[in-house]
Design a protein around this ligand. Structure first.
Ligand SMILES: Nc1nc2c(c(=O)[nH]1)N=C([C@H](O)[C@@H](O)CO)CN2
Length: 121
């Protein structure tokens, strides 16, 4: 069982997102917290970035995905981000907290939290 986590906190992306017509004409802010379960021991032992998950590359991928996919639901975006990370990076599971900032008055934030695990084969 791997307990190590590489994480990204409060990554903000302005994009078109929402169910209602007025939302399809504006950009709103999504904020991602991402926890990626991966074994960091090999990277630490030889101090080598190529042996771990490069959080700056993941962050870039997430920004590109969130900007390119104009979804209605934040659920859709969270699921696509989880799929991308599991497919492209050496992680056994990923937890994504996705907030839509300013979406509902009188709240600090609203959003979804998902955890997805790479199928074993
Ligand atoms: N579970 C969800 N509920 C709602 C979503 C969503 O993406 N997931 N979206 C909306 C609207 O787009 C909202 O953000 C605008 O007020 C409503 N509920």
């Amino acid at each position: 069982m791997i307990h190590d986590i590489v994480f990204i906190e409060a990554l903000k992306v302005d994009t078109v997102i929402g169910v209602y017509d007025w939302e399809k004409k504006i950009e709103q802010t999504l904020q991602f917290d991402i926890e990626m379960r991966t074994d960091i021991k090999a990277a630490a032992q030889i101090d080598d970035l190529s042996k771990t998950v490069d959080y700056s590359v993941v962050a870039e991928d997430v920004v590109n995905l969130a900007k390119q996919n104009q979804a209605e639901l934040i659920e859709t975006v969270a699921e696509k981000v989880a799929e991308l990370i599991l497919a492209d990076y050496q992680v056994s599971s990923v937890k994504i907290t996705l907030r839509k900032l300013g979406a509902v008055p009188n709240t600090a934030s609203v959003g979804v939290i998902i955890e997805r695990t790479k199928p074993l084969y």
